[in-house]
Write a protein that binds this ligand. Structure first.
Ligand SMILES: [Fe+2]
Length: 155
């Protein structure tokens, strides 16, 4: 049964498309952060290992919230890796165990997502979906904090 929540079908579809792209970006960033957690080498290994773990756990929560929001507005969430790779705005780099390179790449990804979200919030506001605006704003703030923490490791 279709939701009757005061937002037109056309608007809901546009919001769902935007959310599915964000979902793809978050899944890719989750995997990239998890990869850094596995493949880091250095004398502060345990600090970085745990730091990355905290970040990917937060990203995993976001992934679930975004997918469930797509369901709440009557659409289906993407869930195949090949679909995520087609949709994502992020790049996957070569493997590296270098802290600076890992942190720089992840910082860039968070900042890319923040910029996309800032745009997305404006679009969704015009589409009259206050619930999604609220979710996107919360997620943007989480990325701003994660990006700050990553940047703090960079000279
Ligand atoms: Fe682990």
């Amino acid at each position: 049964m279709k939701p009757n929540i005061g937002i037109s079908d056309k608007n809901l579809k546009s919001v769902a498309t935007l959310l599915n792209t964000l979902l793809a970006d978050e899944v890719i960033l989750y995997i990239k952060t998890r990869q850094a957690h596995w493949n880091y080498e250095g004398d502060n290994f345990m600090e970085m290992h745990k730091f990355y773990e905290g970040q990917y756990e937060e990203l995993a929560e976001m992934v679930d919230e975004i997918a469930e929001r797509i369901r709440m507005i009557g659409h289906h969430a993407e869930g195949r890796l090949k679909d995520f790779l087609k949709l994502t705005n992020l790049e996957e780099q070569n493997y590296t165990i270098d802290q600076n390179e890992q942190v720089r790449n992840l910082t860039d990804d968070h900042q890319t997502i923040i910029r996309l979200l800032r745009n997305g919030i404006e679009k969704v506001d015009k589409l009259k979906d206050a619930g999604t605006v609220d979710l996107l704003t919360k997620i943007m703030e989480q990325h701003e904090k994660m990006a700050w923490m990553l940047r703090s490791y960079l000279p």
